[in-house]
Design a protein around this ligand. Structure first.
Ligand code: F6R
Length: 589
């Protein structure tokens, strides 16, 4: 959440900062701003998207910082937009300063005045107060007093050639290019410019000048290892699509193919397979869409391997008092690898003796540094805020784990059952456009319900989340058998109900629920791998899904639901790539 960029070099900073911010806009788009140092610090800040910063384009100066905000403390407004300037210092911040009220009180007591409602402004005040001619010392002193999470980029009026950075629990990368040095909260902002990239760890600071980057911890200087970057993957491009979400749905078959792992033959994972052999319990910790992949994985692992799996919302797990039994493997699932709650849950599980495996799409993310094992999804960078291909990629790895776990328990389950999935997904993706006509039913709905049983319930949950986050329609994913215990009261004439039916054993049971909602006037869209069900009189619309091993079916059945959400969002005049109030990487609690 929130995007940070910084630059110091031989070129004009403003255009570089604005370009970087555009690439980071998926991290927050409530407001944006830049500060440039050129005979004093000048700032341009605006409410809204980065495109509102037009007047910043002409700013002179070859050193600066920029920010795109996802509001936590204080409404989205120009006044609350970063950079925050106080005294000699301009600061951009990603994270939350939990003790800001106490710190602010102290500043107010000294007679200082604040111009925003943010938690971040206090950082500029503390820097100014601690500064005695040495910015690094002031930054060390200030960060030592902050509680919470932060990635900071700091300009000081007295230092026209140096940019200062600090990280604690919020991502920050720096890089060196031909024309200077760069900083950002994520690689795409600077990938094109840099040939060497470094990722800061918690407690680390960096000082950038036109040529060099120096790294520090709380006591002295440190060396850091450079990271390779894949430029083609790290520079997002629409490639002729109108939206990233549309492009990313097209990439689902490749994301699945690149994420399946035959653990029996892939020796990179032999240590992980040994742990699978000893594993008696699995816990999955994740948030949002990744939590839904955890639910899908539970069905597959329990069915194929008979290993009990508990799935936990990471924000609940971290503040609970979880019982981690001996021989528990914890899978922390996170597209970004930066979700604050998932990181904390993984750390807690590890401290209680579990092995932790990260299932993530971000190879250099914070989660990979906590985990004992890293299982990288091959979805490629995902830009649209609503997750699509990363969900299918997570399922591909989690189903691969289910197969490996079954084999580790001596069961005769073959990786071959997973091999057809990319080609089957290709068939479903080729029909994505059909969802456009069906979205007409949803556009004016007051609310929408998604129902299913077992693995189909998981697809229903994800279909509902997708719809609500980008169309803003109230929506619920519900177990089909549970409807009559309350939610059925909400069904009225014309209420759209999307039913997912791919499990032979429970198909007729879910069809009973379909009859019950139809009897109350619902309009039913059925997504099913049983074409014969299309003829039932209750079905208003039908989307066929190819058959696969039943416990893997959400990887296919979710695709038309993602498409339905996309087209409904467009039909309601929304931007599906940038839903209101949301951001791609949830690095704050
Ligand atoms: C929904 C969505 C979110 C994320 C959640 C976890 O489309 O994208 O619900 O799934 O914020 O994010 P990661 O996977 O990065 O931990």
């Amino acid at each position: 959440m929130c995007g940070i960029v910084g630059y110091v070099g031989n070129r004009r900073a403003a255009p570089i900062l604005l370009e970087g911010l555009k690439r980071l806009e998926y991290r927050g788009y409530d407001s944006a701003g830049v500060a440039v140092l050129n005979d004093g610090i000048s700032i341009v800040r605006k409410k809204g998207r980065v495109s509102a910063l037009k007047e910043a384009e002409g700013m002179g100066g070859t050193i600066g910082i920029g920010h795109t905000r996802w509001a936590t403390h204080g409404a989205p407004s120009e006044q609350n937009a970063h950079p925050h300037l106080y005294g000699r210092f301009a600061v951009v911040h990603n994270g939350i300063i939990e003790n800001y009220l106490a710190l602010k009180e102290e500043c107010l007591h000294r007679g200082e005045t604040f111009s925003s409602e943010t938690d971040s402004e206090v950082i500029a005040h503390l820097l100014n107060y601690s500064y005695r001619g040495d910015v690094l010392a002031a930054l060390r002193e200030t960060t030592a007093r902050l509680k919470g999470s932060f990635a900071l980029a700091v300009l000081c009026r007295d230092e026209p050639d140096r940019l200062f950075l600090a990280r604690e629990k919020s991502p920050l990368v720096v890089g060196r290019g031909e024309d200077g040095t760069y900083a950002a909260s994520d690689v795409p902002a600077i990938a094109e410019k840099c040939d060497k990239i470094y990722s800061l760890s918690d407690g680390e600071l960096a000082v950038l000048d036109r040529k060099e980057i120096k790294f520090f911890d709380r006591v002295g200087t440190i060396e850091k290892r450079e990271l390779a970057i894949d430029r083609s993957a790290d520079i997002p491009q629409l490639c002729g699509f109108s939206h990233y979400m549309r492009k990313e749905m097209e990439e689902i078959p490749a994301a699945i193919a690149n994420s399946l792992i035959d653990f029996a033959t892939d020796f990179r994972f032999s240590a992980f397979c040994e742990v699978l052999c000893q594993t008696k319990y699995m816990d999955i910790v994740a948030c949002g869409t990744a939590y839904h992949s955890g639910i899908a994985a539970k069905h597959a692992v329990e069915k194929l391997a008979r290993v009990p799996v508990s799935v936990h919302i990471a924000s609940e797990y971290r503040y609970g008092d979880p019982i981690v039994k001996p021989a528990t493997l914890v899978l922390a699932v996170s597209q970004s690898g930066e979700t604050a709650d998932t990181l904390a849950a993984a750390e807690l599980a590890k401290s209680r003796g579990a092995y932790v495996a990260a299932v993530t799409n971000a190879p250099y993310s914070s989660l990979t540094r906590i985990a004992d094992f890293v299982l990288e999804t091959g979805a490629g960078r995902e830009i649209a805020v609503a997750a699509t291909k990363s969900f299918n990629a997570q399922l591909a790895i989690l189903y691969s784990i289910a197969v490996a776990s079954a084999r580790a328990k001596g069961k005769d389950v073959l990786f071959d059952s997973l091999r057809p999935l990319p080609a089957l997904a290709e068939q479903v993706v080729s029909k994505i456009g059909d969802a456009e006509a069906l979205s007409a039913d949803l556009v004016r709905a007051r609310s929408v319900y998604f129902i299913g049983r077992g693995a189909d319930y998981c697809a229903a949950l994800e279909g509902s989340l997708k719809l609500k986050e980008i169309s803003y329609l109230p929506s619920e994913g519900y177990p089909a058998g549970e409807l009559k215990h309350g939610t059925l009261a909400l069904i009225e004439r014309g209420t759209p109900v999307v039913a997912v039916v791919t499990q032979r054993a429970t198909a007729e049971k879910t069809m009973n629920a379909v009859s019950e909602v139809c009897a109350r006037g619902a309009s039913v869209l059925l997504v099913s791998s049983f074409p014969e069900l299309a003829r039932r009189k209750e079905i208003a619309h039908f989307i066929p899904i190819p058959k696969c091993e039943e416990c893997f079916s959400p990887i296919l059945s979710v695709i038309p639901l993602q498409a339905l959400a996309y087209f409904t969002s467009l039909a309601r005049g929304n931007d599906p790539d940038k839903p209101r109030n949301l951001a791609k990487s949830v690095t704050v609690e």
